[in-house]
Every structure is written in structure tokens, then in C-alpha cells.
Design a protein around this ligand. Structure first.
Ligand code: SF4
Length: 482
């Protein structure tokens, strides 16, 4: 179950409940905001704190420790966290032993400033410092505020078994890289998650096999930029040039890793996110042809359809290079689906640039997308060197146009799945009807269908799609895959 890439940043985060040990007496209330990387990190945090005597609770009133895993991608995301923190004021007043902490990208971006600005916060921990949580909690027991926001060139948490907090036992995230070296001018990620480093492929394989052995049927290989995966024995990607000849010859890149996992567990459905057009190789699509368990879906952010804007965003590809990659990929894997990320109203964007974005969307025909108005982030190159000069009402109008167009494109794409049989992995009940299952086709579209033939969560079934709406397919089971 691919969590929507960006949880609505105006809403309260997802509360985690899971794992734990009966001997543990302390209670952890953990809420995650933002992208899948944060959700996956929260599973690492729970694993570390389980060993420190904490079990998770979804009742904040009984918590000894409250942690918010924060997002910094837009101003609104940070405002949501500040509002949420204010809800704990009364709890903190009535329980002085309660510890309140912040994790993730906002913690990394603000560092000690967070402790100054938010009085009830005792603990600030960046994405690469979760191993230090036990020591930091001891600091707090000794009456000190605690902070660790050191970014690492090595840390991948490869040896920590995540405690699964979502995905209902069917689908799970497996993080393969951390950080990003791309420095897109609007983006805070390189400052909040540090330099790119890849995880040992054999620890990834082991985690995938453990998931398969415990009944999971789908994995999502996760990274800010999975196409940049490069294992040469550990360390930052940017130091690859200093590697030995042997390390260079035996280095493992993303397409190889994808093939290794698909080959090792042929029954496991494999997805990956997030891809990057400037680093993506066509070899990924060769692996898709070779291994039917790799899903026919790619989330391929583009951010703008205008070459001028792509240059000022420091995106290392042109409009035509992006479109050519998609054309070649579709020639190799015909039934491939794409989704996008788009930013409207970036510094200097004109109506002509905006029209380029709309025309690119039409040319690709995306299944769906994540579309936002540009939100200036302090510390980014765009903040330092460019002017956020597109008026808010113009941003709003352009965003409306992009979202409306994507709605039309999604409806067309969904129609293209009607009248065909698709393999579907049952990953939950329909939100609207408890007598119906929901699942995803290989192209990631959601389909709902009646519960029949004694089917259950985690089953692969063949579904004939009878009709579609903009966001959902409706079908009928015609066969159960044994
Ligand atoms: S590729 Fe660009 S947008 Fe994506 S995380 Fe890296 S810097 Fe940010």
C-alpha cells in the first residue's frame, strides 16, 4: 500500500501503533508527517526504543514520551507541527515527567533554534542520529535538554530491524539509500538529510526475505532518489571516484539491485520510489521486462515543463530529455504508468512557462500527480539567490489549472484500464464498503471489488475491471492466483 507520497500537511500526522514487548513498561506516542522516508524512519525509531523499554501507544494521554517525526518540505508542513506541539501544553503541565521530542527534517533544519522557539520541546534529533536516542533520553533524565543533529556520510541503519507500523502485513517499505546530492534549488532535503549513501545490498535482500517469510507480499524500495543507488562497499556516493578499481568494477547500481531482489523473491511484488529523470537508466526497464514481479509504474517527478524553469531549479535534464526517457521506457514496457511531482509559481515563472508545464503533462498523460505551489524554504539556493516573485493569487490559479488538468488525465488513464483483466494484490477493505476488498493493479491504480471465493488480505487475484472513476477502478474477481 503505497502511502500517498505527501500526507496532507495541513492534517495531523499518522499515529503509529505496533510492535513492542510485554516486558516494556514505558509508553511512546509517535506521529509521522511528510514522505515515506519519514514513515520508514519511524519504524527504525520504534525498533530502537523498543529495546529501551518503550511500547507504542495511540493514546497520547498515557505517553511517557511523545515524538513527532517532522517534515520541512513546505512552510505549511512546519506550521502543522507547531500547531500540533501546542496541543501537548496541558499534558506537559499536568505531567512534568513527560518528554516531548521532534525528529526528522524540521528538527534537522532548525536544530537548537527549535528548543528556543518551542518551550515544551525537550529533545531534537535529526534523521541520521536515531541511534543516539537512548543516550539523549538519559540526558533528559538528568534534567538537560538533548539535541543531536549531526548528519552522516555512512549511516543507513542497515542492521536495525524496522518495527512494521503500517501496510497491514501486506506491503512494507525497505529503505535503500539516504540523503540526496542533487541540490535542486527549491529543495531542503540535501540540507536536512545530508549526502547520498547507499545501503549494503545484502542487508536489503535479507530484510526483503524476512518480510516474505513473515507473509508480506509487496515491498517498496525507498530513497529520495533510488536511481542514484550505488553500493561500492559503503560511504558517500560523492567519494566513489576515490574507490579502488576492484570496488568500481564490483559496484552495484539500482537496476542490478532491482534485479537481485526480483530474482531472489519471485512471488514478491516490487515497487520503488522516488525516481529521478537525471539519474534514471533504461536498464531499470530491461529489468521490468525480465521480472514480471516488478510493477509497471514509475513515480517520476519533473517539477516543470519549461526548460528555463528546469535550469533555474538546477534540474539536470531538459524537457525533451525527460520526454525522450518516457518515450523510450514506453517502447520497452508498453503498459507503463507514470505519476509526477509538479511545482507551480517558481521564481520567474511566466504564463508561457506555465503553458509548457500543462503541455508536458498532456504529452505524458500521467496517471496522477502531486502538485504544489512554490513555497520558499529558508537556506535553499533559491531562497538565497532568487526572488519569490510570482504573486500568491497567480500561484493559486496556476495550481488550480494543473490540478484540473491532472484530474482529466487521470480519468482518461483510469478508463484505459476498463474492460481488461488485471492482477491485483488485496491490501485492505474498501473505505466505502466493508463487503468489498481494495487492492492495486501493477500500474498502482486502486481497484475495489466484492469479497468473493473466500479471498483474504495478501491474496493475488485476477480482476476484470468493469468501470472507472477519476480515482478508482471497479471490478470483479474472475480468478484467484494460487
Ligand atoms: S532530487 Fe532534488 S527535489 Fe528530490 S530530494 Fe534531491 S534535491 Fe530534493
Amino acid at each position: 500500500m503505497l502511502i500517498e507520497k505527501y500526507i496532507d500537511e495541513t492534517k495531523q500526522g499518522a499515529v503509529h501503533k505496533g510492535g513492542g514487548c510485554t516486558r516494556n513498561t514505558k509508553k511512546l506516542f509517535l506521529e509521522s508527517y511528510g514522505c515515506q522516508m519519514n514513515f520508514s524512519d519511524s519504524e527504525i525509531v520504534v525498533s530502537i526504543l523498543n529495546d529501551e523499554g518503550f511500547n507504542t501507544t495511540d493514546n497520547v494521554k498515557e505517553a511517557d514520551l511523545i515524538l513527532l517525526n517532522t517534515c520541512s518540505i513546505r512552510e505549511k508542513a512546519e506550521q502543522t507541527v507547531r500547531t500540533r506541539l501546542s496541543h501537548f501544553k496541558e499534558l506537559k503541565r499536568t505531567n512534568p515527567n513527560l518528554t516531548v521530542g521532534v525528529l526528522g527534517c524540521m528538527a534537522e533544519r532548525l536544530k537548537a533554534q527549535f528548543l528556543e522557539e518551542e518551550q515544551l520541546v525537550d529533545l531534537v534529533v535529526g534523521p541520521d542520529s536515531y541511534r543516539d536516542l537512548p543516550h539523549l533520553l538519559k540526558e533528559i533524565e538528568n534534567g538537560k535538554d538533548a539535541i543531536n543533529v549531526i548528519l552522516s556520510k555512512e549511516e543507513t541503519y542497515a542492521d536495525i530491524n524496522p518495527v512494521r507500523l503500517g501496510g497491514n502485513g501486506v506491503s512494507a517499505f525497505v529503505t535503500i539509500t539516504r540523503g540526496c546530492d542533487n541540490m535542486c534549488t527549491f529543495c531542503v532535503v540535501p540540507f536536512t538529510r545530508g549526502r547520498e549513501r547507499s545501503r549494503d545490498p545484502f542487508s536489503i535482500l535479507k530484510e526483503c526475505k524476512d518480510l516474505w517469510n513473515s507473509g508480506y507480499k509487496e515491498i517498496i524500495l525507498l530513497g529520495q532518489n533510488v536511481d542514484s543507488y550505488l553500493w561500492y562497499g559503503g560511504g558517500a556516493k560523492k567519494d566513489f571516484s576515490k574507490a579502488s578499481e576492484m570496488q568500481k568494477v564490483t559496484a552495484i547500481r539500482f537496476a542490478q539491485l532491482l534485479g537481485m531482489v526480483a530474482e531472489e523473491i519471485p512471488g514478491m511484488r516490487i515497487r520503488f520510489a522516488t525516481s529521478n529523470p537525471q539519474d534514471m537508466s533504461l536498464e531499470v526497464f530491461s529489468k521490468m521486462i525480465q521480472y514480471p514481479n516488478i510493477c509497471r509504474y514509475v513515480h517520476l517527478p519533473v517539477q516543470s515543463g519549461s526548460d528555463k524553469i528546469l535550469r533555474s531549479m538546477n534540474r539536470q535534464h531538459t524537457r525533451e530529455e525527460y520526454l525522450s526517457l518516457i518515450r523510450k521506457a514506453r517502447n520497452m514496457v508498453p503498459d507503463l504508468a507514470f505519476s509526477q511531482d509538479m511545482i507551480v509559481g517558481f521564481c520567474g515563472e511566466t504564463e508561457a512557462d506555465h503553458r509548457d508545464t500543462l503541455s508536458l503533462m498532456k504529452e505524458v498523460g500521467y496517471d496522477y500527480g502531486y502538485m504544489f505551489a512554490y513555497s520558499e524554504r529558508s537556506g535553499t539556493p533559491a531562497h538565497k539567490k532568487m526572488t519569490d516573485d510570482v504573486p500568491e493569487e497567480v500561484k493559486k490559479r496556476r495550481l488550480r489549472e494543473v490540478i484540473d488538468l491532472q484530474g482529466e488525465l487521470s480519468a482518461q488513464r483510469m478508463k484505459s484500464y476498463v474492460g481488461r483483466v488485471h492482477e491485483v494484490l488485496i491490501d485492505g477493505e474498501s473505505k466505502k464498503d466493508k463487503d468489498q476488498w481494495k487492492g492495486r493493479i501493477s500500474q498502482n491504480a486502486v481497484v475495489v471489488f466484492d469479497k468473493e471465493y473466500d479471498t483474504k488480505l495478501g491474496d493475488f487475484v485476477q480482476v476484470f475491471v468493469e468501470r472507472s472513476t477519476r480515482g478508482t477502478l471497479v471490478g470483479k474477481i474472475i480468478e484467484i492466483k494460487s
